[in-house]
Design a protein around this ligand. Structure first.
Ligand code: ARG
Ligand code: ZN
Length: 877
């Protein structure tokens, strides 16, 4: 484990490497605890560089067994686990260096570099895992052509995969065999991959737009091939979509995906050989929920789209991570929007952004979409880089228009194919095609924090005036902010629900339904507006900002029923719900009686039953803001128990007011046809299960959920029923029976058991801590497997407000102990989990104090990884 060396990496310190490695030949001889890697590197002095600088290669925990320079054994060198330095180099411009290292894949619990998961050898090299395999210039701007030879015992590893195309294979005697792979596309080391093991295969093929045949393979545990069918379908749809929408064709003869069960992240876009967390590959209706299906579709697409945005055009350095991630998330969002319902997809995206990115931007871990400094790059695979990064690309398209955006993307692919680029390169193509100056827009990459717009509307004699003020709250190390370019999509709605026109506008540029806010304050005047309009603002969530607008409840009710923009329509009702939840919270804290406006319940009933709206939309609309959403909107001095009481109060109020119609709707939505994971089927199930959540709160609720649990023929309905039982009727015979039944049915399927862990870890109340402690001893749990740990400890800390934030601080102390323990084996995982503490300063004083103590206990420990220390120290700063 690497502990802190105090080293900070800064964007401004970037300089090109002195040497290049145009060719890399690897021979990997696999054995569980003694794998040897022979790397034959063709090294060149960078043209125009210094005369004879030393060659300094990166390593991480490496053991050098042999070194040879231009056929000379044991040349003068200095090798430590972290570095290999050669000072005396041949006078030639190009030379060959041969290195042999020895690895212990079984001992690798950090899941970076080469490790074994369930008997399968696999690799994860992004961002800096390749240096755990061999010494190298392990940085994304060093591109190399790889030729890989893998040798392994046939019995243990009949399957041998690497990047590119297969070029040779054969027997070696003694039960060993080999395979060779050649990847013609120069790539950075983080895209290297190797897989070896005994796996089942689902095969298919795809014919590209120019008529080339690509062989597709998805490799999974034997017997699970059928569970890869949905992923395969998603892959083929992704390939077609990228051709149709971005003109991008696949560029190798094979495309392989391997599912592994121990994986730190979602998946990895290694060239021609994507490696996936099996959670994002394996699915059928009895093991996966509709959310799982949607995630699989999105992540398969995401990794495939990286082939162009990430692999063909990569990042110059890790500060530019958003260049590939933000852009590729944008692309996968668009893909899902096209495959499903655009409006519904957008609402879901915004909910995710607010749940994951807003708290990051508003807390101690805030950083720009393109950070300027880091201690550990692994801690920057964040919602800001990914999700906000995607929003920035979306804004660019809003500003330029679809056609100009596409022209810019075309130029990007043409100009930068085969290069390692920066955000400046990306913005420049759009400046060049449009002739616009995007320097102010570029602040979205460089300035952290969520901008706020305060808007004061007034109407008089045909003129609508909007006074707009923008501000960006201070964030760590950025106290003063510059004014941003915020594209604010809007509509003016008349009393008949139609859009109102205007004759003239002054005070800011307004184009195609978008107000371009560029200054700290604008006074906008729309002349010739026939009546006082109702304002629909930030339509489609055109900018990732917060809005403060004086809007009457009647106006919000009107918008919730009439706005033609699905996002804005959803937002209007969500704002009403949030407002009444926050006033209820104040009542709970002030010990006064809870009261809710009856209009809210009526409107919920009307939206739920409105057959002109998609069921998926209705489900999202009547889902109450989560306890974390409410906490974020309250902002400070948070008492999670009071939030829980307020939210439950509103939920009960809506349920009681709509008892009959909800019961009716629940019956109507029963699915009797064959299962389909498509958006329409998922939408119906979503609505029915949200309604179940309401009905479960009134008399007979436990029986209703119990009946659904017994009758369920798919995982979505099953976990919805189980969750309702375990959360709303905890300890009831129905709940106990259902939990036991689920474990009996799914005990052998770890991914299904994760749902069982999750449900119990999120049961509200302070007893959840004891439940979690007990479940850590369950045979299906493993503290080494990231999926298990996230299902239990991750959902407990991130998704159980009353349990994790119990007032005595016992859960914080427990969690800190768990983090220190996990950190010994998997620093990436412990660091990621530790971000659960990031909003500790917005808690009420007693909890704040306890959370600080827990964080301090980690900071004070001596054997803490650089990853975990970085998160903890930034959180405390
Ligand atoms: N590039 C991967 C993706 O598509 C993420 C890999 C990150 N891995 C890591 N160990 N930090 O999102
Ligand atoms: Zn990605």
């Amino acid at each position: 484990m690497r502990t802190d060396t105090g080293q900070v990496f800064r964007l401004e310190d970037y300089r090109p490497s002195d040497y290049l490695i145009p060719q890399t030949r690897l021979t990997v001889r696999l054995a569980p605890d003694a794998t040897t890697v022979v790397a034959e590197l063709t090294i060149e002095r960078r043209p125009g560089g210094d005369a004879a600088p030393p060659l300094v290669l990166d390593g991480d925990g490496l053991k050098l067994k042999r070194i040879e320079l231009e056929s000379v054994a044991q040349p003068a060198h200095e090798a430590t686990p972290e570095r290999l330095v050669l000072n005396d180099l041949p006078a030639t411009d190009r030379f060959t260096l041969i290195l042999e290292t020895e690895l212990d894949p079984d001992d690798n619990k950090a899941l970076m570099g080469l490790y074994r998961s369930n008997g399968v050898y696999c690799t994860q090299c992004e961002p800096e895992g390749f240096r755990r395999i061999t010494y190298f210039l392990d940085r994304p701007d060093v591109l190399s052509v790889y030729h890989v030879r893998i040798e392994a015992p046939h019995a243990a590893a009949p399957l041998l995969l690497s990047n590119g195309n297969p070029v040779a294979s054969g027997e070696l005697g003694n039960g060993w065999h080999f395979a060779e792979w050649h990847d013609p596309h120069p790539k950075p080391s983080y895209l290297f991959a190797l897989v070896a093991g005994d796996l089942g295969r689902l095969g298919d093929s795809f014919t590209t737009m120019s008529g080339r045949e690509v062989e597709l393979g998805i490799y999974v545990e034997h017997g699970k091939e059928k569970l890869a069918a949905y992923a395969m379908d998603a892959l083929k749809r992704s390939m077609t979509w990228d051709e149709e929408v971005f003109g991008r064709e696949y560029d190798l003869d094979v495309f392989n995906i391997v599912a592994v069960s121990d994986f730190n992240m979602g998946a990895m876009e290694n060239k021609g050989l994507n490696i996936f967390n099996d959670k994002y590959v394996l699915a059928d209706e009895t093991t996966a929920t509709d959310t799982d299906f949607a995630n699989i579709e999105a992540i398969i697409a995401h990794e495939y789209f990286h082939n162009w945005t990430g692999n063909r055009i990569t990042c110059r350095d890790w500060f530019q991570l958003c260049l590939k991630e933000g852009l590729t998330v944008y692309r996968d969002h668009e893909f899902s929007a096209d495959q499903r319902s655009r409006g519904v997809k957008r609402i879901a995206e915004v909910r995710t952004l607010r749940a994951l990115q807003f708290p990051e931007d508003q807390g101690p871990l805030a950083h720009p979409v393109r950070p300027r400094r880091y201690r550990e790059i692994n801690n920057f695979y964040t919602a800001t880089v990914y999700e906000k990064g995607s929003e920035v690309v979306r804004m660019l398209r809003t500003i330029l228009g679809a056609a100009m955006f596409r022209a810019g993307m075309d130029l990007y692919f043409e100009r930068h194919d085969g290069q390692a680029c920066t955000i400046e390169d990306f913005l420049k193509v759009f400046e060049d095609v449009s002739g616009r100056d995007l320097s102010q827009f570029g602040l979205w990459y460089n300035q952290s924090g969520t901008p706020n717009l305060t808007i004061k509307p007034s109407y008089e004699a045909g003129t609508l005036t909007l006074e707009i003020e923008q501000s960006v709250p201070p964030t760590p190390s950025e106290s003063r902010k510059r004014a941003m370019h915020i594209p604010l999509a809007f509509g003016l709605i008349g009393s008949d629900g139609k859009e109102l026109e205007w004759t003239e506008v002054e005070g800011a540029s307004v184009e195609d339904g978008v107000i371009h806010v560029r200054k700290r304050s604008h006074k906008l005047r729309f002349h010739g507006v026939a009546e006082r309009p109702i304002l629909s603002l930030n339509r489609g969530f055109s900018a990732p900002i917060t809005l403060a607008v004086e809007q009457k409840p009647e106006d919000l009710i009107f918008l919730a029923g009439h706005d033609s923009d699905p996002f804005a329509r959803w937002q209007a009702f969500n704002t009403l719900l949030t407002d009444s939840l926050i006033s209820a919270y104040r009542c709970v804290r002030g010990d006064t009686r809870l009261r809710f406006p009856s209009q809210i319940a009526q409107l919920a009933g009307r939206i739920a039953a409105d057959a002109s709206l998609e069921p998926a939309y209705r489900a999202l609309a009547i889902t109450l803001p989560s306890e974390t959403d409410i906490a974020r909107d309250i902002g400070k001095d948070i008492d999670p128990d009071a939030i829980f009481v307020a939210r439950r109060g509103l939920s009960d109020f809506i349920a009681r007011s709509n008892h009959e119609p909800f019961a009716e709707l629940y019956r109507e939505l029963r699915d009797d046809g064959p299962f389909s994971p498509d958006a329409a089927g998922a939408g119906r199930r979503a609505l029915r299960n949200v309604v179940l959540g309401y009905l479960a709160r009134i008399e007979g609720g436990a029986d209703l959920a119990g009946t659904q649990f017994s009758a369920a023929t798919n995982m979505t309905d099953l976990v919805a029923a189980l969750g309702t039982l375990a959360h709303d009727h905890a300890g009831s015979p129905q709940a106990e029976a259902a939990l036991a039944d689920f474990a009996a049915r799914h005990g052998a399927m770890p991914l299904a058991m994760d749902k069982w862990f999750q449900i119990q870890a999120t049961a509200p109340g302070e007893q959840a801590l004891d439940t979690v402690r007990a479940l850590m001893r369950h045979p299906a749990f493993s503290a080494d497997n990231p999926n298990r740990v996230r299902a239990l400890l991750g959902t407990f800390s991130g998704g159980n407000q009353t349990g994790f934030h119990r007032a005595d601080g016992a859960a914080y102390a427990f969690f800190a102990e768990m983090l220190k323990d996990i950190d010994q084996r998997n620093p990436q995982l412990s660091a990621r989990l530790a971000t659960a503490f990031r909003s500790w300063r917005s808690l009420e004083p007693v909890r704040q104090q306890k959370a600080r103590q827990a964080l301090a206990s980690i900071a004070g420990a001596s054997d803490v990884s650089v990853d975990l220390r970085d998160i903890v120290e930034r959180s405390l700063a």
